[in-house]
Design a protein around this ligand. Structure first.
Ligand code: DGJ
Length: 742
């Protein structure tokens, strides 16, 4: 059993394969956190909870009455702390009541243990059936008002994952205003932890940042209306000693695509609290009597063996339980995207010629990016008008699609449904459909405004308009872009008292529209995008199996961006293309093999005009496609290992995919910067069968797994920057002992 309850001790224990979570209802009725970490079986760990009388850390009234001054909400670890009643650390809830008071104190009421995993109304969450997960639902109630909270714990035993979410419910008769409604809190009794986050910027996302937590609060978050390029809703807390392959670490991922906040607080006695949820800035949710508010899911995982194992937990959980099920094992064709080659300036003949040259080299899917619709000749007009630009496409987008299909290729296109240019038919017809504050000139980004996705009529228009295009073109692939952040958030459809709900209603509306469209077109391969990786989060991955990782397609930078991204997200979800050189974003020239090797640690495609290729380059493409197709089961379904430190090691980058059964492996090495008179280097592989014998493709000799993992594989000396070497290994079955095996 993954979830155990001891009624005598009022103790809950949640077990995954390798971790344990424990909590206890105190004698006063508070739900206390006891432990989250390495698996501990058959143990009541509540002996860890201790209190002494501390000045300026008060006690609940009845504890004082019994002389129990050691019991303080300010120092005892909590599962769902609230503001205003004596826990001065970061809270999960700040609720304002009819009398203006801002306080809550949740006490245990009841609980249920159910087979399968809970789902959340209108929100993405891991999916798992009765055989795969269990749910614990705990009901708590504010001591004095009708505010209740249902805490949800989903236990995915095999994946070593525990999910959390909650629903706040107003069972009273007066409205309650939520100023803060976080999804989860994890209290650690220790304070010597490091915090790892993934900050960045447009075209340089998810750079690993590791800092010591310190007394007080460290926070990362977004108030941009999206999860953002600047921070990512995935964080790791870890021991100081933790690294790729050793040490305790805890990951927390928010399954949400809007404003978020992740905070750690080291309190006065050196304990650490982690709180995660919707960013309270700008948030204000009115819960009328009977109203419910669902706080989005957080996926948590613990690894006692460092980050590599932790990443595997997230990769496996997302591949099995988050990505749209029909794409889990579906082979996706190698694509050519038009954007970097032609941007807005194309005619149908150009696209057809580009597609034809790509088809000749083995590309299976042609994607028309931005520029095919409305008056879209630049970024200042056309967004919102989802009908063909007949000047560029005389037979319409459907005519182009037919011709591409006629060439035996699949067809894909770009849309940016959430946006509108002022210079568009849609804006002229419905100026009130976008988010903007009356009387205030809105902040503009890329000349566009954001549609109010919280409004049904907006979503209905988009559903109808985009469905029409997708039916007319019989599209096989769609890239869903989003090229600005939210500002001037104000909805013409909401009363003043509910304007604080607009940003979250936007995200709920976005999810509803995505859900309708992906259900209406279940065979389409959807790729999320927000100016590259500005909305790279688990929320989007619930609807779309891949996300364009970054607008930076320079392979040298991409190696680092994909490295950071891989901590929390599986490689199969990372959109990655080979683009032309010198690179448009950096001006750097990286040889084609290194560009291809890098894109293969992702969804692999091309974004250039193949007509400009030399004969030598043309000759490489069919081989690259064949390699990707052959290796894609390993890449998409295998365990991914970071063999070098992508931040520190500027000499070379290496990564490895190993099949789940340890039989096959694929290792990529990119030598970043050549050195004169270079030292010898070897790389130590991971995840192999230590006793197994492996043959490297192209070599005669056999290597023993433990030799490759512990002693390593010598790398050749290469001249020139960005040279590559690749190893594909197979366990040699039935070849007996190799005397000469390494
Ligand atoms: C931003 C995307 O990330 C690019 O790949 C491209 O689709 C442009 N938008 C088009 O406007």
């Amino acid at each position: 059993m993954a979830i155990l309850y001891d009624p005598k001790e009022r103790l809950f224990t949640l077990h995954t394969k390798n971790s344990t979570w424990q909590m206890k209802v105190s004698g006063y009725g508070h739900l206390l956190h006891v432990y989250y970490g390495e698996k501990v079986e058959d143990a009541d760990l509540s002996y860890l909870l201790r209190g002494i009388n501390r000045g300026f850390s008060g006690t609940p009234y009845e504890a004082e009455e019994t002389g129990d001054r050691g019991y303080s909400l300010d120092t005892w670890p909590q599962e769902y702390p609230a503001f205003g009643t004596g826990d001065y650390r970061r809270s999960c809830v700040l609720a304002e009541h009819e009398d203006g008071s801002q306080a809550a104190e949740f006490l245990y009421v009841s609980h249920r243990i159910c087979p399968g995993k809970y789902s959340l109304p209108g929100l993405p969450a891991l999916r798992a059936g009765k055989e795969e997960a269990q749910t614990l639902e705990i009901r708590l109630k504010d001591r004095c008002t009708g505010l209740e909270v249902l805490l949800y714990y989903g236990v995915l035993e095999q994946e070593d994952v525990i999910t959390r979410a909650c629903i706040l419910e107003n069972t009273g008769s007066a409205p309650v205003i939520l100023h803060r409604a976080m999804s989860c809190c994890v209290d650690f009794l220790r304070g010597d932890l490091d915090l790892i986050t993934f900050p960045g910027r447009h075209a340089m996302e998810r750079k690993l940042q590791r800092d010591k937590t310190r007394p007080g609060v460290c926070s990362v978050g977004s108030t941009r209306g999206t999860s953002s390029h600047q921070e990512n809703p995935f964080v790791i807390l870890c021991e100081k000693e933790a690294g790729e392959y050793q040490g305790a670490c805890w990951g927390a991922a928010f399954v949400y695509s809007g404003n978020f906040l992740a905070e750690t607080e080291v309190d006065q006695i050196g304990q650490t609290r982690l709180v995660m949820g919707i960013h309270p800035e700008g948030f204000r949710w009115r819960l009328d009597a009977g109203g419910r508010f669902a706080a989005p899911e957080v996926v948590l995982s613990y690894s006692g063996e460092g980050f590599s194992r932790l990443s595997h937990h997230f990769h496996d959980a997302y591949r099995e339980h988050l990505l749209p099920p029909s794409f889990r094992q579906r082979k996706t064709p190698v694509l050519l995207n038009s954007w970097e080659a032609v941007e807005f300036t194309f005619q149908e003949e150009t696209l057809l010629a580009m597609a034809e040259s790509a088809r000749e080299l083995g590309i299976g899917l042609f994607v028309v990016d931005d520029g095919w619709f409305g008056s879209r000749d630049h970024d200042r007009s056309g967004l919102g008008d989802w009908f063909s630009n007949r000047e560029k496409l005389p037979d319409g987008i459907e005519g182009l699609a037919e011709k591409i299909h006629g060439m035996g290729m699949q067809f894909g296109l770009w849309v940016e449904p959430e946006m509108v240019n002022e210079d568009s038919c849609l804006f002229r017809e419905h100026p009130d459909w976008c988010l903007r504050i009356p009387g205030r000139a809105p902040n503009l980004e890329r000349c566009q405004l954001v549609l109010d996705m919280g409004r049904r009529e907006v979503r209905d228009y988009l559903f109808a308009a985009i469905s029409q295009v997708l039916s007319d073109t019989r599209a096989d692939y769609v890239k869903w872009d989003m090229n600005r952040n939210l500002s001037d958030v104000w909805s013409a459809a909401l009363p003043a008292s509910r304007q604080g709900e607009a940003s979250h209603r936007y995200v709920l509306g976005l999810y509803e529209l995505m859900d309708r469209l992906v259900r209406r077109f279940p065979d389409i391969l959807w790729e999320g995008c927000s100016g590259g990786g500005g909305r790279f989060d688990a929320g989007i991955l619930y609807y779309m199996p891949q996300i364009w990782c970054s607008d930076n397609t320079d392979a040298a930078d991409r190696i680092r961006i994909q490295y950071g991204t891989s901590f929390g997200y599986p490689v199969c979800a990372m959109g990655a293309h080979v683009s032309s050189c010198p690179n448009g974003q950096t001006g750097r020239t990286v040889p084609l093999p290194a560009r291809a090797e890098t894109a293969m640690a992702g969804t692999f495609g091309y974004e250039l005009d193949m007509r400009t290729f030399t004969e030598a380059e043309r000759a490489q493409v069919p081989r690259q496609i064949a390699d990707y197709e052959r290796l894609s089961p390993l890449i998409r379904e295998g365990d991914y290992y970071r063999l070098t430190d992508g931040e520190e090691n500027r000499e070379l980058a290496a990564w490895e995919f190993v099949s789940k059964d340890g039989r096959d492996a694929f290792v990529s090495v990119v030598f970043l910067h050549a050195a004169a008179n270079p030292p010898f280097r070897e790389i130590r592989l991971r995840g192999l069968d230590p006793k197994g014998l492996y043959r490297i493709e192209g070599e005669e000799r056999l290597y023993r797994g433990n030799a490759l993992m512990y002693a390593g594989l010598p790398l050749p000396v290469k001249l020139g920057d960005y040279q590559t070497v690749r190893y594909v290994l197979h366990r040699a079955e039935g070849e007996g002992e190799a005397g000469s095996a390494g």
